[in-house]
Design a protein around this ligand. Sequence first.
Ligand code: ARG
Ligand code: ZN
Length: 878
Amino acid sequence: MSDNPHAPNKELAEAATPPTPPTIYRKDYRPPDWLVPDVALGFDLDLAETLVQADIQVTRNGDHGEPLRLEGDGLEPEEVLVDGAASNDWRLEEGALILPLSGDAHRISITTRIQPDKNTQLMGLYASNDMLCTQCEAEGFRRITFFPDRPDVLSRYTVEMRADKERFPVLLSNGNLVREEALEDGRHLAEWHDPWPKPSYLFALVAGDLVANRDSFTTMSGKEVDLAIWVRPGTGDLERTGHAMTALKNSMRWDEERYGREYDLAVFNIVAVSDFNMGAMENKGLNIFNSRYILADPDTATDADFDAIEGVVAHEYFHNWSGNRVTCRDWFQLSLKEGFTVFRDQSFSADMGSAPVKRIEDVRVLRAAQFPEDGGPLAHPIRPDSYMEISNFYTATVYNKGAEVIRMMATLAGDDGFRKATDLYFDRHDGEAATCEDFVLAMEDGAGLDLTVFRRWYEQAGTPQVTAKLDHDPQAKTATLTISQSVPDTPGQSDKQPMVLPLKTALIDRATGQHKGEQLLVLEEAEQRFTFDGFDAPPALSINRGFSAPVTLSSGQDVETLAFLARHDDDSFARYEALQQLVTERLVSEASGSEAEVIDDAMLAQVFADILADDRLEEAMRAELLTLPSESFVGEQMAVIRPDRVNQARQAMRKMLGANLAEQWQQHYVKLAPSGFAMDGAARGARRMRGLALAYLVAGEVGDAAGTAHAHFEAADNMTDRQTALASLAGMEHPLREQALDAFYTRYKDNALVLDKWFSLQALSFHPDVLEHIAALAKHPDFTLANPNRVRSLYGALAGNPSAFHHASGQGYRMLADMVIALDPKNAQTAARFIPPLGRWRRFDEGRAGLMRAELERIRNVDGLSRDTTEQVVKSLG
Ligand code: ARG
Ligand code: ZN
């Protein structure tokens, strides 16, 4: 790469630094040269060796002389037939099979042999717990057979699966089961046919010894759908599928009611697998899930786990329309299906539970994962312009910021307009591979919007910075709001243009706590002024209510105004936000030693006390309001992040609030004690608030904190309480710590998902020796790099615990880099996901920045580093 700025001296760079993979550009998109209307796949399945027979019908797309190019990754063809006759007229080029063809339509037959149990990348066909399963998005199908593995090639699939009947009694693929047969030698056959043309990334098969939770659903037009959730037998897992099944049926109904979308096959299968790189996959009629997003009962899963399951089951189901019936033209359009589908699953979860609480949680996730990405070396627009490895673009930007962009269009369109627009989008593009531009056009045509300027959300990366200033004129009795915005530079993008920002706003009378109605202000320019009449006194500004635009906003309002909003704002999000601002400004000022005017202990405790005493609040919302911003979030607000000082300031604040309000926390703790276990919203809210009260009592060292936490742990009849208590104990230097951790381990050592929690909560703890604990856990017999959930449970927690990861010794960075280097050859996709935390080095003090960079360089220089990890490291070094 001659234009690579990191290789000033080509010769030297080539000698010292391993090569950089080529970049693929959105602007280079060309329609496929060949189409594949029909595919017949035959599999002789076995763990060690699977024979794949692919028969594909190809047709020339347009008038050209290009050969057929079938992508392949690590494949050797054993035989290539063209229209039934053996062919030697092919060659391999970068793994792809290139085959010149004379006619406009041919039948190509290719035999390949693959080794599923050697597939540690978990892409393509792989083995997990003696079961065979697939993951094809984005480019895994080319690891199974040679194919035009791109999302704009849509084919009808027929799949014949043959396997040993005893070891693989269940054989599943997409669509409908059309034939089952016993074969010789104890083998059997199943044939599946999927009538809906689909891209190869939606292909799936599963073979194994599985049991199903079966149910059925009657669609809005009266069609029966057989539902099944498949899990391993004899593990207790079958009894843990009820919640996922309920979530599935609720999702099916919701999509009919809210979007008019009906399911379109007679069967819908879900399979839970333990080894999975991501959350789940929306393969047509055969969703494959990371088991953590299926399995739950109150004894092994927390209330938060239950919510995550409901959300992911819905997400994958909703993809049947937003992703499968209308798919993506190319991978640069990924947000077309992911942003929209995240928005859909967020709306669904909001409808199933508490909408205001859900909104706050979604914003928390956006700020924790997406804002740092948008402000760092890996920033990209929701529709990226280029990539080296597409797996690196399954990001919080494409997913979560993508969802915010859809949400803004929904806000601008209004409920009816948005529904008209989505109806139009689905009608227009059903059966097609569409683009983000197609979606925006459908929004314009369906809802009557002009989104010319709004399109910048697809083009410009970076989180807009908004300043809002409210001036009051007592003579004219007017309030004037001046709003200005700018979008920061990001890699490859500078001098950006203003964005369209829909800002829900209310001006609240300080005497009455009332306002005259919420208004939607739509900012389109760098600076705009809005004047409001009839204000004798200066109102309090409640802006970006419901987080209507994904921006950072400073209103410069004083402590009294923010405290007023924290008590009285009728928009739950804005109320939460006011208190978050008060707390964040105080913590930032302490951690950076600034002299800014911030809230003092007494006033902060008083705001907390008032919220604790506000009997109109739901407990879940009370807990949401009283949860302090994370250390990472506070750090992000500093010019130079000082993780140790943030930790000190935040811990001191928790201690102060715990001690000063000991009586109130105690009262809530007692009042919210359950009389029995329940899963309804009120019971869950009470559990959450009671857990928070416990955390404050512990932080405040009120009474015998360890004893209280341990009693909570012992009395727990559910995982939520058990985990809350154990998380507190894990941070203590106390003999009850080991006792509780051992008891938990002994009880759950055979349940991998619960054991993940045991790893995580130790690695996330505030314990002074947390780094030593993590180092020891990495050597624990139950730790393995082979299982992505286990890797994330320990190293995701390490990266998410600033006191551990950013320890001044650099040991946290080193441990993470050691793991990446060990994991990369086995599972590049999962390894690469751990680079972004190191890539944040520019935000830290010189000492830490240097240590982080050094680890990135060490990784960069590893021989044979994967394309996935190389891209992230090269971009992070910048
Ligand atoms: N489409 C899936 C989802 O969001 C994600 C699959 C991503 N897989 C991958 N290997 N990158 O629902
Ligand atoms: Zn998705």
